[in-house]
Design a protein around this ligand. Structure first.
Ligand code: HEM
Ligand SMILES: [Cu+2]
Length: 571
């Protein structure tokens, strides 16, 4: 597809990847290219809109008028959080399914039909956002009823969701055929992770259809009324559910990339699989954190879901957060790649942007997104975070820093291993993950400070005041300056990724293999059972775990201190 490939195939349409040893069929490869490239186009468009959004919030520039701000913010959110992520996730399903199992993609025409539905849906959503009328029809991400967002917007969202559901069918069909052929063989961990992702995705999408279809009927006049509280609760099945898809897909990419590029080996398959299963049972309930201040649902319901059940999913994340670095440490130690406490890290391929992006993703997702998510997902602490700029701070730590970096890392290897192109850009490609990760981290921290310390609201185009009130945020000005500069640098970092990826496809030489990765694969073939991954020392990872927990405790205590200072009870 696209005539960009440099590979040759056997008569059945298979080839053997020289780097990973995977048997890859053309049918799956074509779809990975199609969905992957579309995702990168969405990243580019959403990134362009990030410029306008960030430069409006930076009061020194104050670029857009209020009506334009909400229109641009809606495009930014839908192209990045939904289109960039979901197109990439379908590609990940096909990598985790057909590629890893060494099979043809089942029902490739269904994949094409799903793609067409998704693409049309995305365009209709864009049309809806663009033609909405001021003052208050811009959907943003949530399009809460009774906000009268355009009917075309809801129609587009329905088409897109249907398309994603259809596009998941070839993945499930591929797994089905594998199980029919080898009923007693366990699925590889990456396929298992992709399978759990697909289940969580199906639940989220069905929830989205249950929400958007009646809302669409309401907008075209077939239904007289939509209950606002019903909408809010149902909407978050997809609103939060899509973040669960992002999380599971990202973790699957972490396992895949640390293994392929870093030589990681899974220390305990059972424990890692158990963690995926924990998500299946508990992660949905986390959605209730969006209703933490909502009077329409009971207090007990909110507390149970967010402070008890959700911790089942947090436990799963903790297990992966240990298992993946531990797998990297154990795998590299076993292959003789560095001893001592951190030798396995110093010797890692830090100049490889695929590896660097993956590791930055793991670290920053945990420290910036994970810790803040658990804190603001807790009833009392939520009061100081709710609806402030700290909330976008949190989710730019998760999706915009963590998940986006993981998908960029995978993107680098799609360029190499699927398109068969070597990266162009030299040192620019090497620094890209660091530039994006570093600047994004600063922007995220500033959003959090502005929100928690100054109470600056989210989703607001006039920045230094709240019209009609006495509030003024002038003291926050220096933080906005740092935010604005960091946001611009982050946008440059994101643009650099698009430039390297697209540049490599058009101008890159043929990728003929990476001696470092081949050496890792050669070193993996030691058959000594005493030399198993779980017999290796994982003390380096243990030190990281202690650092992580210490940070967690300090931030937790600090946030309670801030909460205690919000008001004084008594004389
Ligand atoms: C350099 C990159 C980026 C910058 C500078 C940036 C900046 C911003 C800013 C300033 C806001 C508005 C906050 C507010 O006023 O409430 C925002 C909102 C948002 N951004 Fe980003 N962003 C970037 C990348 C991303 C990425 C990669 C994603 C998703 C994967 C993303 C998803 C969102 C979402 C979902 C919203 C909220 C929309 C809503 O409130 O409904 N952003 N972004
Ligand atoms: Cu959520």
């Amino acid at each position: 597809m696209f005539g960009l490939s440099t590979f040759e195939y056997d008569d059945d349409g298979f080839r053997t990847c020289g780097v990973t040893g995977l048997h890859i069929h053309r049918s799956a490869e074509d779809m990975v290219k199609l969905f992957g490239l579309t995702a990168i186009v969405a990243l580019l468009i959403g990134g362009i809109f990030a410029i306008f959004v960030a430069l409006t919030r930076w009061e020194l520039i104050g670029l857009l008028s209020p009506s334009d701000f909400y229109r641009y913010l809606s495009v930014h959110a839908w192209y990045l959080l939904i289109f960039w992520m979901v197109f990439m996730e379908i590609a990940i399903l096909y990598v985790g399914g057909a590629f890893v199992l060494g099979r043809k993609l089942a029902l490739p025409w269904v994949a094409k039909a799903g793609y067409a539905l998704m693409a049309v849906g995305a365009l209709v959503v864009t049309y809806g956002i663009w033609t909405q009328e001021v003052p208050n029809q811009a959907p943003l991400l949530t399009s809460y009823a009774p906000l009268p967002s355009p009917a075309s917007f809801y129609l587009g969202a329905i088409l897109f969701l249907l398309g994603a559901l259809v596009a998941a069918v070839p993945f499930l069909g591929t797994v089905w055929r594998e199980k029919r052929e080898y009923p007693s063989k366990t699925l590889p961990l990456v396929t298992f992770g992709a399978f759990c992702t697909a289940i969580v995705a199906a639940e989220a999408i069905v929830g989205g259809l249950i929400t958007f279809v009646p809302t669409f009927f309401w907008r075209i006049g077939w239904l007289a009324h939509i209950d606002a509280a019903w909408y809010r609760q149902m909407y978050w099945i997809i609103g939060h559910g899509s973040q669960q898809i992002n999380l599971l897909a990202m973790i699957t990419v972490w396992y895949f990339m640390t293994h392929v590029v870093g030589g990681a080996e899974v220390a305990s398959e059972k424990v890692s699989r158990f963690a995926f299963v924990l998500y299946l049972f508990f992660i949905n309930m986390g959605a209730a954190h969006h209703l933490m201040s909502d009077p329409a649902v009971g207090l007990g319901w909110r507390l149970w879901n967010t402070s008890y059940a959700a911790y089942g999913a947090v436990l799963a994340s903790m297990i992966h957060a240990f298992a993946i670095p531990a797998g990297l440490e154990a795998g590299r130690r076993r292959k003789g790649q560095g001893g001592g406490l951190f030798g396995w890290l110093w010797s890692a391929p830090w100049r490889d942007p695929g590896f660097a992006a993956t590791v930055m993703s793991i670290i920053l997702f945990g420290f910036l997104g994970g810790i803040t998510g658990v804190m603001m997902g807790q009833m009392q602490l939520n009061m100081t975070w709710h609806n402030t700029l700290a909330v976008p701070g949190h989710f730019h730590g998760t999706v915009a820093t963590g998940t986006t970096l993981a998908f960029m890392g995978l993107g680098y290897y799609v360029v190499r291993l699927v398109f068969g192109r070597e990266w162009v850009g030299g040192v620019l490609a090497t620094i890209q993950p660091y530039l994006y990760a570093g600047a994004m981290s600063v922007a995220v921290l500033m959003m959090m400070y502005l929100g928690v310390l100054f109470g600056v609201p989210r989703r607001h185009p006039t920045v230094m005041d709240i019209p009609g009130t006495e509030f003024a945020f002038t003291a926050a000005r220096p933080f906005f300056a740092v935010f604005g500069i960091a946001a611009l640098v982050a946008i440059v970092g994101g643009a650099l990724f698009v430039a390297v990826a697209v540049g490599s496809l058009l101008l890159g030489g043929e990728f003929t293999g990476d001696p470092r990765i081949e050496a890792l694969r050669a070193a993996a073939d030691g058959g000594d059972p005493a030399d198993a991954p779980h017999h290796q020392s994982m003390r380096g990872t243990f030190v990281f775990v202690l650092v992580f927990f210490a940070t967690f405790v300090v931030l937790w205590a600090l946030n309670w201190l801030l909460l205690s200072q919000v008001w004084h009870v008594g004389p």
